[in-house]
Design a binder for this molecule. Sequence first.
Ligand code: URA
Length: 331
Amino acid sequence: MNDDTPDSMQELADVLQDVRRHLLWQEESAGRSILVDAKVAAELQQQRAAASSVRTMIARTKAPEPAAAPTPPRPPPESPSRDTLHAAMKQPLGAPRPLAAATPPPAAPRAAPAPAPAPAMLLDVPKSAPRYNGALPGVVEGERPTLDQVRRELGDCRRCKLCSGRKNIVFGSGNPRADLVFVGEGPGENEDLQGVPFVGAAGDLLTKMIGAMGFTRNDVYIANVVKCRPPGNRNPEPDEIAACEPFLRSQLLAIQPKVIVALGKFAAQTLLRDTTPITRMRGQWREYEGIQLMPTFHPAYLLRNSAEKRNAWADLQQVMKLFGKHPGSSA
Ligand code: URA
């Protein structure tokens, strides 16, 4: 049957118009929603594609319509003010704080040359909305995990090739409720043997740095981007970081520290999703999931470049200031 009669064309145009209205309505209400999971995001994507092809069909079957009003530009996402962050830092240890999200919010870091890319699943997130936890290992959506849960989820990890050469998984050590977390790159030989982070030469320096800041290793928590030793202490590779990073994010969600010190480029670049060199990032306050983050040099780098210790110390002094500590005082 040939449907190309004027009546059937009109009918088709009317149906398509209804469909279009419905899809536009759906599209609009979806745009107001806070967060979508992968499935919903995929559905939305399909709906948008359908809406767009319906528009094309209508344009072909009907006289031209006035163009739809352009969508007003969305206001840029706000980053928390310094005051807000300071207020958050004053919360008592262990007091409930909003759960950090699995993927970074589109908050613009203060000194960042480029903001972290907005996560694909995040639509316009009102500030009051609960944060999306994603599929972080050991995390029940919307709940704060314990480090034990995260460790259990890691199990006898075989998620990347580093598992084949390791002696021990180096999960992390220290106070599970620490206000201050240090994140390094990955275990070396000594750490691999003992299953404890930063126990070799770089670890000795880190322990001194922590002491000079007025803390002990038991006050803080120490973790790494990758939990297994890269062979020959080579740099961790992108697939290894990708496999392990979610566990670091879960650990940070469990601990919810007030400050993170990112030691070296791998820690800083991974957590901030920013490829700026550490030489440019260091010493500038950044933000990771609402937590203050200070990038600084890795202790192993400082062992090779002692002239940079002065800069690293300046970075750590900024951290001390936030904790109300002063060089030379043990308070
Ligand atoms: N270097 C790191 O980055 N982490 C360790 O645990 C030891 C050395």
